[in-house]
Design a protein. Structure first.
Length: 308
């Protein structure tokens, strides 16, 4: 199979917020069992794919991506190669990524690029797997890739890649406080493990398996921002704040100036503030801006990777 359908094809895929994130004990395979509630938000990566003889990638847009790898270690290139290999496609693709989601920001930007690439190449090459056929490939690429493909609001268990959609009503309004420096996900997990080892007696036994609590699911089901604010939780937050202590100041600032609640998203350092209305979102963003913090307003949930 070696002919593409021409192109270009552009696909948009969302970044995500971990509204709820519980981390179980470290498993023998080096991964942790997690239970998460993901929400896809209106901060999108756009991947444009055109036919080529080989595989290449370039980055454009407001996020500085100059230090990202351009070879097989890039998740988008890995996604394109995996799809070609599984379908017997013999050509290549040139990818251009319009980058808006922060790098190493805990919002799954690289995973969004991979999901968008799968959809774009499937369309461009006429390989015909469709969303259902692409999902197993997404899970092979990384724990957050299936969710970037699906979007919406979903519960993730296992490594986070075993997804079940969560019913969500209405829109939630978020202000994202962005950081200039990223945090390494493996380092954040390691810091959490060390913290737990030191405080094991105080914490009691760590659960081996963890579940998303009913309060969170109920809050998104009825679209109640106040209830969701009470139920939001991230086990990784203690580690992220230890590695980047200045995040504490941002959290306190947003929560004291109108946000219902703030949370470190995923492994951080992006902080997501849940607010009640678009007007409150504008006010919180203005407060953060006056203190020199970059902030964006987004809404969720939004769909996963889609051709535009």
């Amino acid at each position: 199979m070696g002919r593409s359908r021409g192109g270009p094809v552009t696909v948009r895929a969302p970044g995500k917020i971990n509204v709820f994130f519980r981390v179980g004990a470290l498993q023998h395979d080096g991964y942790h069992d997690v239970a998460s509630l993901y929400q896809a938000v209106s901060l999108f990566e756009e991947v444009t794919a055109v036919p080529a003889d080989d595989f290449s990638i370039q980055f454009v847009g407001p996020v500085d991506a100059s230090h990202l790898p351009l070879d097989e270690s890039n998740l988008a290139i890995a996604a394109a190669r995996l799809l070609a290999q599984r379908t017997g496609y013999t050509g290549g693709v040139a990818l251009t990524v319009l980058k808006r989601v922060p790098i190493a920001g805990g919002m799954g930007g690289g995973s969004a690029d991979a999901a968008a690439t799968l959809v774009a190449c499937d369309e461009l090459w006429g390989t015909g797997l469709g969303r259902a056929g692409l999902l197993p490939l997404a899970a092979e690429l990384g724990a957050d890739v299936p969710f970037a493909l699906e979007g919406g609001t979903a519960v993730g268990t296992g490594r986070g890649d075993e997804l079940s959609p969560a019913l969500a009503q209405g829109d939630f309004h978020w202000v994202l406080a962005l950081s200039d420096s990223g945090l390494s996900t493996p380092v954040v997990y390691r810091t959490l493990d060390e913290h737990r080892d030191r405080h094991a007696s105080a914490l009691g036994p760590q659960p081996d398996l963890v579940k998303v609590e009913t309060a969170v699911l109920q809050a998104v089901r009825v679209g109640d921002a106040d209830s969701l604010a009470d139920a939001m939780h991230n086990d990784l937050q203690v580690a992220a704040l230890k590695l980047a202590p200045d995040l504490t100041e941002i959290l306190e600032l947003g929560e004291s100036r109108g946000a219902l609640a703030g949370i470190v998203s995923g492994s951080g350092p992006t902080i997501a503030f849940l607010v009640g209305t678009p007007q409150e979102a504008a006010e919180v963003r203005a407060v953060l801006g006056r203190r020199g913090f970059r902030a964006l307003i987004v809404t969720g949930p939004v769909p996963g990777a889609r051709v535009i």
